[in-house]
Design a binder for this molecule. Sequence first.
Ligand code: 5RP
Length: 222
Amino acid sequence: MESKKLAAEKAVEYVKDGMIVGLGTGSTAYWAIQKIGQRVKEGLSIKAIATSKQSEDLAKELGITLLPFAEIDEIDVTIDGADEVDTHWNLIKGGGGALLREKIVAAASKQLIIIVDESKLALELGQFPLPVEIIPFGFEMTMRKLQKLGAEPVLRKAGDQAFVTDNGNYIADCHFGSIAQPEELHLTLNQIPGIVDNGLFIEMASVVIVGYANGTVRQLEK
Ligand code: 5RP
């Protein structure tokens, strides 16, 4: 937890007065939102957009001003976690089920800062099952299509019910094994009707900050 916090707090140094800031989702992004909240209390003037209801609620609690997309052309900086980061800074995201809003916010951001602990660094993506957001209608068929791609999809559950995203959709966690061609897979998946988006974030990260168990924090160089 400390290493996640270290990475998060380092990332918040990128946040400056007057910026519009994208707030990520998850246990690492939590620390970034906390730090932003603290700086807002100290006088920092920013506006934010959240990638999930969970982060929106936290931001409201901390007194961070939130904006709807209708009022935003561009986001200056977004700080978000990831489930895996490869050596090209391609990512798997969506462990918390917020991948769709996270990708919409990331795509609207001038800078996407990814904050992780060292356990998330990978030579190749795919150890972490790839979350794929699917429409409830016909989801059994969509899961079969995923299976035909070699995915071993598992419908994510919340108790004994299907987990439902903030967008009213389901998540299929797909065990592909090592993903040698993430860009290709990303395109293939998003062509399947019923798939809204998948958790591969290709060449979207601008900065990767890693917290280590020994208490150090490092911004990666490409
Ligand atoms: C949520 C995400 C998270 O950023 C990702 O799952 C990492 O989470 P954590 O920081 O809790 O390890 O993509 O959809």
